[in-house]
Write a protein that binds this ligand. Structure first.
Ligand SMILES: [Fe+2]
Ligand SMILES: [Fe+2]
Length: 245
């Protein structure tokens, strides 16, 4: 399904309800009636064109209009990435953590399950550090670059900073946090003791697969949209500083 401006929002959800988690990040609320995507976006002050690209990229792994997505502003892209971080930290990670705790509580004698908790805790710490670095270092830097480039400002300090840290460094150091979920899924799928509450295990596995898919999409936006877009602006700033020197 390719979602367009005139597609009914309700039909999008009937087609793939996981899209609701994307809507949550845009602060779009349920109760669409028969309104189209355009009408619902308008109602919630959401940029329809941007919403459509994000939704279509999420629904179809082969559809990734990175060039088109790069036409949107850095601030709009970062706003979405920040909301996604918030969604992971306040919904996704606590939900998985809560289910793992439930699993341990129901099976007090199984020491192997505590290994899963330890593993998840290590993953969570790494995950939080990854997000924190982007929130506190990478995104503020990208916003400064955009502001300087658009306001035609001469920011000698920013050009100076680029020689020490720039977008290419971010792209080189950017960890593949979704791949690290594989080991956790593997323990649950292959090595967990035969406990009675299989439904809970399946629920955890389901959440881990869904987080993995979401993170894959998220990283694609960071690496294929935000990174190249900011690098292009850095080039403009460098060229400008060379002509004025
Ligand atoms: Fe991120
Ligand atoms: Fe990231």
């Amino acid at each position: 399904m390719h979602v367009a401006r005139d597609t009914k929002m309700g039909d999008v959800v009937h087609h793939n309800h996981t899209i609701l988690t994307i809507m949550l990040r845009f602060n779009i609320k349920l109760g669409f009636s028969d309104r189209t995507v355009d009408e619902v976006c308008d109602q919630h002050n959401v940029n329809t064109a941007f919403f459509l690209e994000i939704v279509n990229a999420f629904l179809d792994p082969h559809y990734f209009p990175s060039k088109h997505l790069r036409t949107f502003s850095v601030s709009l892209i970062i706003d979405y990435l920040l909301k996604t971080h918030y969604y992971y930290l306040t919904h996704k990670i606590p939900a998985i953590e809560c289910m793992i705790e439930q699993l341990i509580k129901e099976n007090q004698g199984e020491s192997d399950l505590r290994l899963i908790r330890k593993f998840f805790k290590e993953y969570k710490d790494e995950f939080i550090n990854h997000l924190k670095r982007e929130d506190e270092v990478v995104f503020p830097y990208a916003l400064k670059v955009e502001s300087a480039a658009h306001n035609n400002e001469q920011h000698a300090y920013l050009v100076e900073q680029m020689t020490k840290y720039s977008m290419i460094d971010y792209l080189n150091e950017h960890d593949n946090i979704e791949e690290k979920l594989f080991d956790l899924k593997n323990i649950l799928i292959k090595y967990i003791p035969p406990i009675s509450n299989q439904a809970l295990c399946i629920h955890i596995i389901d959440e881990l697969f869904s987080l993995e898919k979401d993170l894959h999409d998220h990283s694609r936006i960071e690496e294929k949209v935000l990174g190249p877009k900011v690098m292009e602006l850095e080039k403009q700033l460098l060229a400008r500083s060379e002509t004025t020197n």
